[in-house]
Design a protein around this ligand. Sequence first.
Ligand code: PEP
Ligand code: MG
Length: 557
Amino acid sequence: MNTNPTNTILTGLGVSPGVVAGPVARMAAPLVVPPPGGPVADVDAEVARALEALGAAAADLERRAKAADELAAGVLAAQAMMALDPTLAGKITAAVRAGSTAVAALTHGFDEFRELLTAAGGYMAERVADLEDVRNRAVAHMLGVPMPEIPQPGHPFVLVATDLSPAETATLDASQVLAIVTERGGPTSHTAILAKAMGVPAVVACPDTSALVDGQTVLVDGEEGTIEVAPSESRVAEANQRQEARRAALVGITGPGRTADGHLVQLLVNLGADRDLAVAAEVDSEGVGLFRTEFLFLDRPHAPTLDEQREAYARVFEAFAGRKVVVRTLDAGADKPLRFATQPDEPNPALGVRGLRTARRLPQLLDDQLEAIARAAKDSHAEVWVMAPMVSSPSEAAAFRQQAHNHGLVMAGVMVEVPSAALRATKVAAACDFLSIGTNDLAQYAMAADRMNSDLADLLDPWQPAVLDLVRLAAEGGQQEGKRVGVCGESASDPLLALVLVGLGVTSLSMAPVRLAEVRLALARHTLEDCERLAALALGADDAVAARAAVREAAHR
Ligand code: PEP
Ligand code: MG
């Protein structure tokens, strides 16, 4: 906490830009699960109490799912299913019959599930927070105490919370929430993603939120990562003016991405689900830079048929007729496990058979997918490119290109996500048609930091100069071979980092649709030479924090 004579400024991590002032409304503290107590007098009644609490939690989550948008509804429905899992009910019943209280049996039953999920790692481990939320809902119901809910003070407010669960964020009313401040979370946390999607300023990882009280006015700067307590009227007026000017500038510039001196940088969108297609196709972009096809394969016992795939791809190509669509072939494994394609017992899934490597075990899967993409592309007016995830060597790149070309797909590139591909970028670029840097995984592998582990968020930061060194190598390799090199990881959506990436030689940036306008504006305000200067500053820094600070200081606003 940084105190000055007139007011207090808290600092955290700015994860969604914008400046806004408003009154604080705090979420209640998280539920505290009481000690077991006991002994149990009426075992049957105690079993019924536990099962009724699970049913009530499930019904509540289902009710919320109905009122939520599609993205949140999926998470909430999955949570309701967790609550109704028959194995869980069986374990809880058995525990009560063996002498546990309902609260203890519930808590212990969920603990076992949590351990299983944690051990599975990746995407499954990420579901632990959802599971804990379900348990808390069931326990709160049993104890007759309310769950911490989003406050409803009756006027727009700055939401202050320890952290936000999917169930909580699903009920957020964008017209009431002016900004979000959380004590926990990192740049890729649920809160950060949601705030960006809502276009609401947000600061996470702010350890001093307990200093904020209901009704107090705060000025939240989601770019600087600051929360000014009790700002003066002139500070608020100045912030409002800044915000207005920013809004006007954002809507005032459209069309292909370019720097202030006219250097073209393709601006593309990432697409990961059918339901996002309409919004993604509507925004002002030059196409799709990363079409994550996993959504078609998730939660299925078998791969979708060739025809089913062709139809799904055709829908995307149709929506982007006349524009480019880069389809990524299936990236199964690690954070995206698939029942039929992933080995459940791999000790290190992130270092295991994932991405393109899946084709070693299941070659038909990749071949069918390429055929489905090729058939859909043939009947469409989109410019269809394909790329493979998790490529480690020039020979893998060459083999993938050959296979894609055999299917009639003429533009076949690879993702640079493994440091070895960046280190040998010239040869990798020579072996295929383009490169696309996945900075999420590249950071994970360069820094040896699990991307699902929020305790390591500082290391995973794509501002890490070592990660930027690898981006530079990839961009230079592509340049030498006359191949395009894009970035499609989360880093492309950070306006300041986008400048650095362009300065390092990247030729396209692909991101969540909602981020495009900010990045387009940042590019328009800087020349290519500015970008190169900012890139040099970032590369010269000792860590991610210093790199970001140096670039922020030197960039024009
Ligand atoms: C990446 O790793 O940066 C990337 C874009 O792929 P994903 O996030 O889907 O692994
Ligand atoms: Mg990746």
